[in-house]
Design a protein around this ligand. Sequence first.
Ligand code: IMP
Length: 202
Amino acid sequence: MPTRKLLIATRNRGKIDEILFALRDSLFEVVGLDEVGVPSDFEVEEPAMTMEGNAIIKAMTYGRKAGCLTLAEDAGLEVDALDGRPGVLSARYGPGTDEDRYRQILSEMEAVPADKRGAQFRAVIAIYDPRTEKLRTCEGIYRGVIVLEPIGENGFGYDPIFYNVERNKTNAQMTKEEKNSVSHRGMALRKAKIILAEEFYE
Ligand code: IMP
């Protein structure tokens, strides 16, 4: 039986689904913000210049608010030809919807040739225990290529424009299982599971 609650500190539906899937056999009782009584209008700013900084701020702020062991994640897309943009600003890279933002990337990359369209997703996870003040982080990186036109319906965010060369499909053409096995978030979560089991399980 799980003995300890682990709060997943995000309201991003796409992330929640992937994190719940990756932690489905975890030693912890995985709970969401609503279940620990964090009001839906309680927002945490993301003022840091790095994903690691923002993941730490989210884990510590939500962890203290809920009084519970907390996992927070910050992620983004880093495009080689755009000097690493949108990076830490991925969720706020232009107004509108996820589709508006990935179309903006495609238009900024119109003149970029096929061999220069490399990119990577990065995910940083922070785990914070408000009782002991212990804080740990880990990271996952996932390389791919930015396509010319969006393909696929699954996933979220920039998934329709991120192509996995080995699998010959975009993230948005993968099932949750397949994306978890190759993605930045899947990699970071596999590391997080080991850290949780070794350092936070009691
Ligand atoms: P965050 O909430 O600041 O971490 O925002 C991350 C943003 O990066 C998301 O809103 C997406 O636009 C993008 N992003 C992060 N991970 C993924 C992914 O796995 N697929 C597609 N887009 C992602």
